[in-house]
Design a protein around this ligand. Sequence first.
Ligand code: ZN
Length: 180
Amino acid sequence: MSNFSPYLERNQAFAASGAQADVPRIPFVPFKQLYLIICIDPRVEPAAVLGVRLGEAIVARNVGGRVTPAIIKDLAWIVHLHENKTPDADWFEIAVIHHTDCGSGFLADDGLRAGYAARGGWDEQTSSEMAVLEPSKTVQKDIAKLRAAPELASAIGNIKIGGYTYDLATGRITTVVQPG
Ligand SMILES: [Zn+2]
């Protein structure tokens, strides 16, 4: 019995429901033209916290929900596809969401960060910048990063970007940077 076994069963039920047919076609334009950047923390699962449904949004998740070079490369690919394959579709909107009590905060611990770097993780400088200690501040930093990314320059004026914080205690999202 693997931890994954129950999901094989849930997948059977999903497939039997026919819901897989109700999705955008490739090259796809998500139903809600939304691109979410959010932490991998299971407590901030977008389907539960935001009610995101199948086909509505692209969801990029990493430690902290941070705008890293990897996140920017993926975004650049989607921008490139949009410009070349679906130029007449509306532009998507990006929502960056950082949350309270984020595990990325442990990256502020000198010992943990040094050990992580030693095993081949991010270098110490990058790691310390990735710690989400004040979500409302880091989310603003990451939006500035998106706006300054040369890979996105051709499109960034067309893409709305919003910044949000999620409070684990209350379950509420707060708008920090109005989408624009
Ligand atoms: Zn987190």
